[in-house]
Design a binder for this molecule. Sequence first.
Ligand code: FAD
Length: 404
Amino acid sequence: MNKPKILVLGAGYGGIMTTVNLQKMLGRDDAQITLVNKHNYHYQTTWLHENAAGTLHHDNTRIPIDEVINKNKVNFIVDTVKEIKHEDKTVVLEGGDTLTYDYLVVGLGFEPATFGIPGIKEHAFSITSINAARKIKAHIEYMFATYSASKEKRDELLTFIVGGAGFTGIEFLGELANRVPELCKEYDVPREKVRIICVEAGPGALPGFDPELVEYAVNLLERKGVEFKIGTAIKEVQEDGVVLSKGEDMEEVKSGTIVWSAGVQGSPVCEAADIGAMRGRVKVNADMRAPGHDDIFVVGDCALIINEEIDRPYPPTAQIAMQQGVIVAKNIKALINGENTKTFKPDIKGTVASLGEGEAIGLVFGRKYFGGTASFLKKMIDNRYLFLLGGIGLVLKKGKLKFF
Ligand code: FAD
């Protein structure tokens, strides 16, 4: 009998957890597992803001995929997925290959949501990948170097604008605020010349987070020199700055660096696949399959699941993506064995947002944590993930082991 072909697209949290769990659960004769990813490494998306600010080297964030998969069981292909053709159960890669599948797992992650704001795609950076983070880091350093070397000393070179005070924006601000004094020293720039501005259209930072924790975060970042423009929308991003509006008032702020972090949507490949995606996210069935497609599972930021308690979608997180990877592997095994699939229910242990080295806020198992304790918890969460992925060896190699 032919072995069923399992094809996993994307080695982010969802895809890699599906793959490592499949390789644990299935023997070589049970199935043929193939993983396709753009790069030969998996990266921790939740650390990319540190790479972008330059407070952590990107090699700490990425993990060679060969180190976590069993090559006797998983065929790993480095390529970019171009198209999913569900009618003929195939996937087309940019390199020209066409792969067939019996079971497909779509874990292609996210792209920035621009909400139709002109100029974001052309002129703003987004923290989306190792390559994108490296570019932001290099650009920030270039701005300092250019300012130092120039006669005109244009203010906009040292004006850094972050669009969005959600989780990603706040975490990036914490790192950037920590990096700036170092850059000032390196490039002989007075600290007061540098502006870090956070523009948030909503009524406050970190929507949905506990107000006391939000206050702590905002106060801390303000003390480190971040200016918040709350209730202010970015109307347009231009080559040399942004146009802002607050009510009737319009304002232009000149800036050489705009980092857009005000929302994400699922992968465009998922959107184009005609499997029920809206903004790249498929509202999946209880067992993580795409409605009407019994052979297609969707995980991570490409999947949309509803929190029944509040009748709203769960925000896409690494925590949920990882848990989905585990259940999807179990469900594929169940289908192969002719058994029933299981329902996915997220087990939300808490949320911790970092605010730069040694500082964080968090709500874990219903308890609030601030400062060093929250930062310690964040590192434990990160290390736990590495342990689940590659055991103690990976924790020792890539873990965050400097706690205080
Ligand atoms: P991803 O982790 O985005 O991975 C997708 C993978 O697919 C990547 O390897 C990519 O290269 C690959 N890929 C994409 N397109 C293609 C293609 N066409 N062909 C081949 N390969 C492709 N969540 C938390 O729970 N806690 C946090 O503290 C947290 N902090 C965050 C901080 C930042 C800066 C950001 C950006 C996000 C943060 N998140 C956090 C959200 C979390 O990172 C995402 O929800 C999570 O990464 C989604 O996982 P995923 O498996 O869907 O995809």
